[in-house]
Design a protein around this ligand. Structure first.
Ligand code: AMP
Ligand code: MG
Length: 329
Protein backbone atom coordinates (compact mmCIF):
# COMPACT_ATOMS: atom_id res chain seq x y z
CA UNK A 1 0.00 0.00 0.00
CA UNK A 2 1.28 3.40 -0.83
CA UNK A 3 2.42 5.56 2.06
CA UNK A 4 -0.15 8.29 1.18
CA UNK A 5 -2.98 5.76 1.32
CA UNK A 6 -1.83 4.47 4.70
CA UNK A 7 -1.78 8.04 6.03
CA UNK A 8 -5.32 8.69 4.73
CA UNK A 9 -6.61 5.48 6.34
CA UNK A 10 -4.91 6.38 9.66
CA UNK A 11 -6.37 9.91 9.56
CA UNK A 12 -9.84 8.51 8.81
CA UNK A 13 -9.53 6.04 11.69
CA UNK A 14 -8.44 8.81 14.04
CA UNK A 15 -11.34 10.99 12.94
CA UNK A 16 -13.82 8.14 13.46
CA UNK A 17 -12.38 7.48 16.93
CA UNK A 18 -12.57 11.18 17.79
CA UNK A 19 -16.20 11.39 16.63
CA UNK A 20 -17.08 8.24 18.59
CA UNK A 21 -15.48 9.64 21.75
CA UNK A 22 -17.13 13.03 21.23
CA UNK A 23 -20.52 11.36 20.95
CA UNK A 24 -19.96 9.58 24.28
CA UNK A 25 -18.19 12.31 26.21
CA UNK A 26 -19.67 15.32 27.97
CA UNK A 27 -23.07 15.80 29.51
CA UNK A 28 -26.15 15.43 27.32
CA UNK A 29 -27.97 18.70 26.76
CA UNK A 30 -31.20 18.01 28.58
CA UNK A 31 -32.53 21.53 29.06
CA UNK A 32 -34.25 23.89 26.67
CA UNK A 33 -36.12 27.18 26.81
CA UNK A 34 -39.82 27.04 25.96
CA UNK A 35 -43.10 28.44 27.29
CA UNK A 36 -41.19 31.35 28.81
CA UNK A 37 -39.32 29.04 31.12
CA UNK A 38 -36.47 26.56 31.40
CA UNK A 39 -37.58 23.01 30.77
CA UNK A 40 -35.55 19.93 31.58
CA UNK A 41 -35.94 16.22 30.99
CA UNK A 42 -33.89 13.76 33.03
CA UNK A 43 -34.09 10.28 31.49
CA UNK A 44 -32.63 7.33 33.38
CA UNK A 45 -31.74 3.79 32.40
CA UNK A 46 -31.54 4.22 28.64
CA UNK A 47 -28.52 4.24 26.35
CA UNK A 48 -26.87 7.54 25.55
CA UNK A 49 -27.96 7.31 21.93
CA UNK A 50 -31.62 6.64 22.73
CA UNK A 51 -31.63 9.27 25.44
CA UNK A 52 -30.29 11.85 23.01
CA UNK A 53 -32.94 10.97 20.44
CA UNK A 54 -35.71 11.05 23.02
CA UNK A 55 -34.62 14.41 24.40
CA UNK A 56 -34.82 15.84 20.90
CA UNK A 57 -38.29 14.37 20.40
CA UNK A 58 -39.45 15.70 23.78
CA UNK A 59 -38.31 19.25 23.08
CA UNK A 60 -39.86 19.14 19.60
CA UNK A 61 -43.17 17.99 21.05
CA UNK A 62 -43.01 20.73 23.64
CA UNK A 63 -42.45 23.44 21.00
CA UNK A 64 -45.18 22.04 18.77
CA UNK A 65 -47.75 22.07 21.59
CA UNK A 66 -46.62 25.48 22.72
CA UNK A 67 -47.28 26.80 19.22
CA UNK A 68 -50.75 25.24 19.32
CA UNK A 69 -51.75 26.42 22.80
CA UNK A 70 -50.06 29.78 23.31
CA UNK A 71 -52.23 32.88 23.06
CA UNK A 72 -49.36 34.86 21.53
CA UNK A 73 -48.85 32.77 18.37
CA UNK A 74 -50.60 34.56 15.50
CA UNK A 75 -53.07 32.38 13.61
CA UNK A 76 -53.22 29.40 15.95
CA UNK A 77 -56.58 28.20 17.34
CA UNK A 78 -56.31 30.25 20.52
CA UNK A 79 -55.48 33.42 18.64
CA UNK A 80 -58.37 32.88 16.22
CA UNK A 81 -60.79 32.24 19.09
CA UNK A 82 -59.57 35.41 20.76
CA UNK A 83 -60.23 37.31 17.51
CA UNK A 84 -63.88 36.21 17.75
CA UNK A 85 -63.85 33.39 15.18
CA UNK A 86 -65.66 30.07 15.54
CA UNK A 87 -62.88 27.52 15.25
CA UNK A 88 -62.78 23.77 14.55
CA UNK A 89 -59.95 23.48 17.04
CA UNK A 90 -57.24 20.80 17.12
CA UNK A 91 -57.63 17.81 19.38
CA UNK A 92 -55.16 19.29 21.87
CA UNK A 93 -56.76 22.72 22.11
CA UNK A 94 -60.15 21.04 22.54
CA UNK A 95 -58.86 18.74 25.29
CA UNK A 96 -57.33 21.63 27.22
CA UNK A 97 -60.39 23.87 26.83
CA UNK A 98 -62.72 21.05 27.91
CA UNK A 99 -60.62 20.32 30.97
CA UNK A 100 -60.48 24.03 31.76
CA UNK A 101 -64.25 24.21 31.68
CA UNK A 102 -64.52 21.21 33.95
CA UNK A 103 -62.28 22.87 36.54
CA UNK A 104 -64.07 26.20 36.18
CA UNK A 105 -67.34 24.51 37.09
CA UNK A 106 -65.77 22.45 39.86
CA UNK A 107 -64.07 25.47 41.43
CA UNK A 108 -67.10 27.76 41.13
CA UNK A 109 -65.20 29.97 38.69
CA UNK A 110 -62.00 30.40 40.75
CA UNK A 111 -60.22 28.76 37.83
CA UNK A 112 -61.24 30.51 34.64
CA UNK A 113 -59.22 30.67 31.42
CA UNK A 114 -61.26 33.69 30.26
CA UNK A 115 -59.24 35.88 32.66
CA UNK A 116 -57.12 37.16 29.76
CA UNK A 117 -58.52 40.74 29.83
CA UNK A 118 -57.54 40.91 33.51
CA UNK A 119 -54.15 39.29 32.89
CA UNK A 120 -53.44 41.90 30.20
CA UNK A 121 -54.70 44.78 32.31
CA UNK A 122 -52.53 43.88 35.29
CA UNK A 123 -49.65 42.76 33.06
CA UNK A 124 -47.73 41.35 36.01
CA UNK A 125 -44.23 40.27 35.06
CA UNK A 126 -43.79 42.85 32.33
CA UNK A 127 -42.82 46.46 32.97
CA UNK A 128 -46.02 47.03 34.90
CA UNK A 129 -45.61 48.62 38.31
CA UNK A 130 -48.86 50.54 38.58
CA UNK A 131 -52.22 49.40 39.85
CA UNK A 132 -55.09 49.67 37.37
CA UNK A 133 -58.06 51.86 38.30
CA UNK A 134 -61.39 50.41 39.49
CA UNK A 135 -63.22 51.33 36.27
CA UNK A 136 -60.64 49.50 34.14
CA UNK A 137 -60.75 46.49 36.45
CA UNK A 138 -64.55 46.35 36.25
CA UNK A 139 -64.50 46.74 32.46
CA UNK A 140 -62.04 43.83 32.12
CA UNK A 141 -63.94 41.73 34.62
CA UNK A 142 -67.15 42.22 32.64
CA UNK A 143 -65.45 40.46 29.70
CA UNK A 144 -64.56 37.37 31.74
CA UNK A 145 -66.70 34.33 32.43
CA UNK A 146 -66.19 30.71 31.44
CA UNK A 147 -69.92 30.52 30.59
CA UNK A 148 -68.93 32.41 27.43
CA UNK A 149 -66.97 29.42 26.12
CA UNK A 150 -69.25 27.58 23.71
CA UNK A 151 -68.31 24.05 22.56
CA UNK A 152 -70.32 22.06 20.05
CA UNK A 153 -69.52 19.48 17.40
CA UNK A 154 -65.77 20.02 17.72
CA UNK A 155 -66.21 23.78 17.21
CA UNK A 156 -65.37 26.34 19.84
CA UNK A 157 -66.38 29.98 20.03
CA UNK A 158 -66.22 32.69 22.66
CA UNK A 159 -69.24 34.84 23.43
CA UNK A 160 -69.54 38.19 25.18
CA UNK A 161 -66.13 39.44 24.00
CA UNK A 162 -64.37 36.75 26.06
CA UNK A 163 -60.73 35.89 25.38
CA UNK A 164 -58.75 33.00 26.76
CA UNK A 165 -55.30 32.33 28.22
CA UNK A 166 -54.39 28.70 28.89
CA UNK A 167 -51.33 29.66 30.97
CA UNK A 168 -52.66 28.00 34.11
CA UNK A 169 -53.10 24.55 32.56
CA UNK A 170 -51.18 24.21 29.27
CA UNK A 171 -47.82 23.41 30.86
CA UNK A 172 -49.46 20.57 32.76
CA UNK A 173 -51.10 19.23 29.62
CA UNK A 174 -47.83 19.40 27.68
CA UNK A 175 -46.00 17.67 30.55
CA UNK A 176 -48.51 14.82 30.36
CA UNK A 177 -47.97 14.50 26.62
CA UNK A 178 -44.18 14.43 27.06
CA UNK A 179 -44.63 11.68 29.64
CA UNK A 180 -46.84 9.70 27.22
CA UNK A 181 -44.22 10.06 24.51
CA UNK A 182 -41.41 8.83 26.76
CA UNK A 183 -43.43 5.86 28.00
CA UNK A 184 -44.39 4.93 24.44
CA UNK A 185 -40.66 4.78 23.62
CA UNK A 186 -39.97 2.39 26.49
CA UNK A 187 -38.79 4.86 29.12
CA UNK A 188 -39.47 3.64 32.66
CA UNK A 189 -37.72 6.28 34.72
CA UNK A 190 -37.60 10.05 34.13
CA UNK A 191 -38.37 13.49 35.50
CA UNK A 192 -39.76 16.26 33.32
CA UNK A 193 -39.57 19.75 34.77
CA UNK A 194 -41.44 22.51 32.97
CA UNK A 195 -40.42 25.52 35.02
CA UNK A 196 -41.59 24.01 38.29
CA UNK A 197 -44.35 21.81 36.85
CA UNK A 198 -42.80 18.45 37.64
CA UNK A 199 -43.88 15.20 36.00
CA UNK A 200 -42.31 11.90 37.04
CA UNK A 201 -42.16 8.54 35.33
CA UNK A 202 -41.64 5.47 37.51
CA UNK A 203 -39.14 5.85 40.31
CA UNK A 204 -35.47 6.66 40.74
CA UNK A 205 -33.60 3.38 40.98
CA UNK A 206 -36.15 1.77 43.31
CA UNK A 207 -36.70 4.90 45.41
CA UNK A 208 -39.35 7.58 44.92
CA UNK A 209 -38.32 10.76 43.15
CA UNK A 210 -37.62 13.61 45.58
CA UNK A 211 -39.34 16.80 44.41
CA UNK A 212 -38.48 19.99 46.27
CA UNK A 213 -41.18 22.54 47.12
CA UNK A 214 -39.70 26.02 46.95
CA UNK A 215 -39.92 28.16 50.09
CA UNK A 216 -41.87 31.24 48.93
CA UNK A 217 -39.79 34.42 48.64
CA UNK A 218 -36.61 32.59 49.75
CA UNK A 219 -33.49 32.03 47.68
CA UNK A 220 -33.99 29.68 44.73
CA UNK A 221 -33.53 26.13 45.99
CA UNK A 222 -34.41 26.86 49.61
CA UNK A 223 -37.12 24.31 50.26
CA UNK A 224 -40.30 24.33 52.34
CA UNK A 225 -40.75 20.58 51.88
CA UNK A 226 -39.58 17.59 49.89
CA UNK A 227 -42.22 15.36 48.35
CA UNK A 228 -41.40 11.74 47.52
CA UNK A 229 -43.40 10.53 44.55
CA UNK A 230 -43.56 7.74 41.99
CA UNK A 231 -45.28 8.32 38.67
CA UNK A 232 -47.03 11.47 39.93
CA UNK A 233 -47.01 15.09 38.95
CA UNK A 234 -46.19 17.90 41.40
CA UNK A 235 -47.28 21.43 40.49
CA UNK A 236 -47.06 24.68 42.45
CA UNK A 237 -48.84 28.00 42.10
CA UNK A 238 -47.46 30.82 44.21
CA UNK A 239 -47.62 34.56 44.47
CA UNK A 240 -43.82 34.68 44.79
CA UNK A 241 -43.45 33.41 41.21
CA UNK A 242 -44.36 36.67 39.45
CA UNK A 243 -45.26 39.93 41.15
CA UNK A 244 -44.59 43.62 41.53
CA UNK A 245 -44.58 45.80 44.62
CA UNK A 246 -46.38 49.10 44.87
CA UNK A 247 -46.61 51.19 48.05
CA UNK A 248 -45.85 48.20 50.23
CA UNK A 249 -48.46 46.02 48.56
CA UNK A 250 -47.63 42.92 46.52
CA UNK A 251 -49.53 42.33 43.25
CA UNK A 252 -49.10 38.93 41.64
CA UNK A 253 -50.12 37.03 38.50
CA UNK A 254 -52.97 34.79 39.74
CA UNK A 255 -56.27 36.59 39.32
CA UNK A 256 -59.36 36.16 41.41
CA UNK A 257 -62.07 36.30 38.73
CA UNK A 258 -64.57 37.37 41.42
CA UNK A 259 -62.72 40.59 42.24
CA UNK A 260 -60.72 41.21 39.08
CA UNK A 261 -57.62 41.54 41.25
CA UNK A 262 -54.72 39.28 42.26
CA UNK A 263 -56.14 36.67 44.65
CA UNK A 264 -55.83 37.89 48.24
CA UNK A 265 -56.00 35.34 51.02
CA UNK A 266 -53.77 33.71 53.64
CA UNK A 267 -51.70 31.82 51.06
CA UNK A 268 -48.22 32.30 49.69
CA UNK A 269 -48.34 29.11 47.60
CA UNK A 270 -50.02 25.78 47.06
CA UNK A 271 -48.54 22.56 45.74
CA UNK A 272 -50.67 19.79 44.27
CA UNK A 273 -49.74 16.14 43.79
CA UNK A 274 -51.82 13.99 41.47
CA UNK A 275 -51.53 11.54 38.59
CA UNK A 276 -51.97 13.88 35.64
CA UNK A 277 -50.12 17.18 35.41
CA UNK A 278 -52.96 19.00 33.61
CA UNK A 279 -55.15 18.29 36.65
CA UNK A 280 -52.41 19.27 39.09
CA UNK A 281 -51.82 22.50 37.16
CA UNK A 282 -55.49 23.53 37.02
CA UNK A 283 -55.98 22.56 40.66
CA UNK A 284 -52.94 24.49 41.89
CA UNK A 285 -54.28 27.68 40.34
CA UNK A 286 -57.83 27.03 41.53
CA UNK A 287 -56.71 26.22 45.08
CA UNK A 288 -54.51 29.30 45.20
CA UNK A 289 -57.52 31.48 44.41
CA UNK A 290 -59.82 29.61 46.80
CA UNK A 291 -57.49 29.59 49.82
CA UNK A 292 -56.64 26.67 52.06
CA UNK A 293 -60.09 25.75 53.39
CA UNK A 294 -62.09 25.92 50.19
CA UNK A 295 -59.10 24.60 48.27
CA UNK A 296 -58.89 21.51 50.50
CA UNK A 297 -62.63 20.99 50.03
CA UNK A 298 -62.18 21.15 46.26
CA UNK A 299 -59.37 18.58 46.45
CA UNK A 300 -61.64 16.20 48.35
CA UNK A 301 -63.85 16.07 45.29
CA UNK A 302 -60.97 15.05 43.00
CA UNK A 303 -59.87 11.44 43.58
CA UNK A 304 -56.11 11.09 44.08
CA UNK A 305 -55.41 14.83 44.34
CA UNK A 306 -53.56 16.11 47.41
CA UNK A 307 -52.48 19.60 48.38
CA UNK A 308 -49.85 21.33 50.49
CA UNK A 309 -50.80 24.92 51.33
CA UNK A 310 -48.04 27.29 52.43
CA UNK A 311 -49.48 30.14 54.43
CA UNK A 312 -48.10 33.66 54.60
CA UNK A 313 -47.44 33.18 58.32
CA UNK A 314 -45.04 30.34 57.48
CA UNK A 315 -47.36 27.53 58.55
CA UNK A 316 -48.24 24.69 56.21
CA UNK A 317 -51.57 22.91 55.89
CA UNK A 318 -51.75 19.57 54.09
CA UNK A 319 -54.65 17.41 52.97
CA UNK A 320 -54.66 14.05 54.79
CA UNK A 321 -53.32 11.99 51.88
CA UNK A 322 -50.32 14.31 51.47
CA UNK A 323 -48.64 12.59 54.42
CA UNK A 324 -47.85 9.65 52.13
CA UNK A 325 -45.51 11.90 50.13
CA UNK A 326 -43.91 13.80 52.99
CA UNK A 327 -41.04 12.95 55.31
CA UNK A 328 -42.19 12.40 58.87
CA UNK A 329 -41.69 15.63 60.85
P1 AMP B 1 -50.32 29.05 37.41
O1 AMP B 1 -48.93 29.54 37.56
O2 AMP B 1 -50.45 27.68 36.85
O3 AMP B 1 -51.12 29.21 38.65
O4 AMP B 1 -51.02 29.95 36.28
C1 AMP B 1 -51.04 31.34 36.36
C2 AMP B 1 -51.28 31.90 35.00
O5 AMP B 1 -52.59 31.54 34.54
C3 AMP B 1 -51.25 33.43 34.98
O6 AMP B 1 -49.99 33.90 34.61
C4 AMP B 1 -52.33 33.77 33.97
O7 AMP B 1 -51.81 33.70 32.67
C5 AMP B 1 -53.34 32.67 34.14
N1 AMP B 1 -54.34 32.91 35.21
C6 AMP B 1 -54.31 33.86 36.18
N2 AMP B 1 -55.36 33.74 37.00
C7 AMP B 1 -56.07 32.67 36.56
C8 AMP B 1 -57.28 32.03 37.00
N3 AMP B 1 -57.95 32.46 38.08
N4 AMP B 1 -57.73 30.97 36.29
C9 AMP B 1 -57.06 30.52 35.19
N5 AMP B 1 -55.94 31.09 34.73
C10 AMP B 1 -55.43 32.14 35.41
MG1 MG C 1 -51.79 26.13 37.20
Amino acid sequence: MKRAHVLIICAAALLAAALFLASRAGPLENTAFAMDTVISVDIRGMSRGRTKKLLKECFELCREYEQALSRTVAGNDIDRLNQGETVAVTEHALAVIEKSLMYSRLSGGAFDVTVLPLVELWDVGAAQTSVPGNADIEAARALTGYENIVIGGGNVSLGGGARIDLGAIAKGYIGDKMKELLISRGCESAVINLGGNVVTIGDNGGKPWAVGVQQPFAAQGELAAVLRVKDKSVVTSGRYERYFLREGQLYHHIMDPATGRPAENELDAVTIVCDASADADALSTACFVLGSEEGAALLESVPGAEGLFILRNGETVATPGMAAYMDAP
